[in-house]
Design a protein around this ligand. Sequence first.
Ligand SMILES: [Zn+2]
Length: 68
Amino acid sequence: MPAADLPLLCPVCRQGLRFTGGARTLVCGAGHSFDAARQGYFNFLVGKGTVFEADSADMVAARFDFLS
Ligand SMILES: [Zn+2]
């Protein structure tokens, strides 16, 4: 696939991404690179990652009330 046809933008700088390293890595013009996971997908999350917060007892109670 020609690089111009790849419909992906770098999540950091919004330049176009292109494959390198035999389609195992995506890299943008500014040098941000994203490696493919072993399962073949690319993770474009940047920063410190997704923070999961456990529900509090109040949140669980509110959901129970809403659903019942
Ligand atoms: Zn970039």
